[in-house]
Write a protein that binds this ligand. Sequence first.
Ligand code: PLP
Length: 340
Amino acid sequence: MRAIKNGATHYTPASGIPEVREATARHVTRSTGVPTRMENIVLTPGRKNLLLFALLSLVEAGDEVIIPDPGYPIYRSLVEFIGARAVSLPVRQGNDFRPDPEELRALISPRTRLLIMNSPQNPTGGVLRREDCEAIAGIAVENDLVVVSDEIYSRINYDGEHVSLYALDGMAERTILMDGLSKAWAMCGWRLGFGAMPVEIARRMDTLMINSSSCAAAFTQWAAVEAFESAESDLAVDHMVREFRHRRDVIVDALNSIPGIACHKPEGAFYVFPDITETGWSDRDLAVTLLDEVGVAVLRGTAFGPLGEGHIRLSYANSIDNLTAAADRIATFLGAPVSG
Ligand SMILES: Cc1ncc(COP(=O)(O)O)c(C=O)c1O
């Protein structure tokens, strides 16, 4: 509100207001330990633009981009939109929804240009461990790959440490770290994403910003400084993460009490990705029918890639009352006793 009253309602430089880029660089340096300067930072109207710009800057039609499967659907749709080929890297429940580095190595071909990683992950809530990140970083360095590391859920990590690929040896010069205000700060409607990347790539993104959005909204950029640097903001995020952890425990227990549903307890983000094969339903039919018949909105697992088959995705960014009511309706619909 202060920024709007002070007249921050005009165009800004394409990559962002210098003071805000500096505050973002301080935030990235603090959270990853990698000395990051304003020149490494690009501010965009949401994290999605950064992904599109990364693809436009680095990938040609016919190139291959490795993406997690199941994974955030926009990875595949943008890769295919620019005429490149999306290559699925399996993320399996049996491995706590973490990819296997050896499977990754086997997918690399002379056409591989980019590797997209996401931890904590949408839709599974899987979190990469330090040993996973080290193995992935080693493969990226050996094969001279650029890595897009989508760490938008980095603060929403319940059990372990968040390891940033950007922070590992030899990675800052080949990684586009993507983050934004949409998740930890619940500012998704403010539209602000930020990326930390090598200066050369940041310059290309600046050109793409000039030719597309011009800039992110000026007052939203100023709000980011408060999000990163005010003590209240930090406490509010910690409070919300504790609340999400409680919601996760409630929804996982409620789902596991329904016969036919097996829900793995995710370590991060705010999604669960239960296996519903034993219910006898396909993920597509169950998702459509739950919405039509009992008013519960879930997504079919295959919306996140072929390997999401047999799963549905639920977001628990909702009140405990609504989550319990949703689980009860699913239980009743599937013919199980209600959880109470
Ligand atoms: C993995 C992942 N990345 C990015 C986004 C979107 O980020 P933004 O709102 O900054 O465009 C989402 C939103 O659901 C997401 O799940």
